[in-house]
Design a protein. Structure first.
Length: 120
């Protein structure tokens, strides 16, 4: 009886997490045709050894972090996507600003390793 109650609770928690991610994904378009990189993002990518392929990987497969996502940012909402790059398993957070006609990479952060970058 106790085990079945725990299993039901786990199922409810998984379904709630999936529903939350689905609702977040309805705001973020992962099918990007016009991706741009800010100068700051390019500097951070260079400093933190993050490739465009890594950024695209997180764009396609990353998880939206609702605590770091700002739907009210202007001029476009910003989305924080997190995950591990496929090639070297770097733990990344990429911030995307998504407007109607363009998605811009704002910055990238390595969540496990501290880098000193001289980016402005």
């Amino acid at each position: 009886m106790l085990i079945s109650g725990i299993l039901v609770l786990l199922l409810v928690l998984v379904l709630q997490k999936n529903n939350r991610q689905s609702s977040d994904n309805k705001y973020f378009n992962r099918d990007i045709h016009n991706l741009a990189f800010s100068r700051h993002a390019r500097c951070r990518m260079n400093c933190r050894q993050v490739s465009e392929a890594d950024v695209l990987d997180i764009l396609k497969n990353g998880t939206i972090n609702p605590q770091k996502t700002r739907l009210d940012d202007q001029p476009c909402p910003s989305f924080a996507l997190e995950g591990y790059s496929s090639l070297d398993k770097q733990h990344l957070r990429i911030i995307f600003a998504q407007c109607e006609d363009q998605t811009k990479v704002v910055t990238c952060i390595d969540l496990d390793k501290e880098f000193y970058c001289n980016c402005k």
